[in-house]
Design a protein. Structure first.
Length: 172
C-alpha cells in the first residue's frame, strides 16, 4: 500500500487544532468529493505527479518523524486531497499507529462525515469532518482564544469522537 504525498512537506501554525503549536502538514493525493471551490483541486487525482512521491506507511512515518524533529514539533496535519480516500485508508491507519507509537500527535482533514470515519477506528488526536461548502465559507483565523474553519458546516472531533467545535469555530 502506497500513499502519494506532496513533497517537500510544509510547516505551519494555522492548521493544528490548538493555539500554540507548529505542525508539519502532509498533503495526501486522492479525493472523490469534488467540492465546489476546492482549495487543492489538483490533489483529487491519486496519481498526481507534480512534486509528489509515493511512500509506504513505514517510509512516510520515518520521514515525518525526521521532519517533525527538525521543525521542533510533535504535531502533524494530514490534508489533501482526502487522507481517507478509499485507496489511502489502510495505509493511513497504519501510519497513524506508527506515529502515535513515536509520540506524534495527529490531525486529519477529511470530507467524510464522522459516521463514515468511526468504523475505521483510526488513531488520531483531532479530525475535521465535512466537505468544503463554498456557500458557507468564513475567514480562516486563529487567535489565542479560537480558530475558525474555512466552512461553517465542517466539524472538529477529538479522539473520543466528541464534537468540540460549533458553527465552524473551535474555542481553546
Amino acid at each position: 500500500m502506497y500513499l502519494n504525498v506532496k513533497v517537500p512537506f510544509n510547516s505551519t501554525f494555522m492548521d493544528y487544532f490548538d493555539n500554540e503549536s507548529m505542525a508539519v502538514v502532509i498533503y495526501i493525493m486522492g479525493c472523490s468529493h469534488n467540492c465546489k471551490g476546492c482549495h487543492n483541486k489538483q490533489f483529487q487525482d491519486f496519481y498526481y505527479e507534480k512534486n509528489t512521491k509515493m511512500f509506504t506507511s513505514i517510509e512516510l512515518a520515518d520521514e515525518i518523524i525526521k521532519v517533525a524533529r527538525k521543525n521542533e514539533t510533535d504535531k502533524v496535519c494530514f490534508e489533501g486531497g482526502d487522507p481517507l480516500y478509499p485507496q489511502n485508508i489502510h495505509a493511513v491507519k497504519d501510519l497513524l499507529i506508527r506515529l502515535s507509537m513515536n509520540g506524534i500527535k495527529t490531525a486529519i482533514y477529511t470530507g467524510y462525515d464522522i459516521d463514515i470515519v468511526k468504523p475505521y477506528e483510526l488513531n488520531f488526536d483531532f479530525i475535521k469532518c465535512g466537505t468544503f461548502d463554498i456557500n458557507q465559507t468564513q475567514e480562516v483565523k486563529k487567535t489565542d482564544e479560537y480558530m475558525s474553519l474555512a466552512s461553517t458546516n465542517q466539524k472538529i472531533y477529538n479522539r473520543k469522537y466528541q464534537l468540540i467545535s460549533e458553527n465552524g469555530i473551535l474555542f481553546f
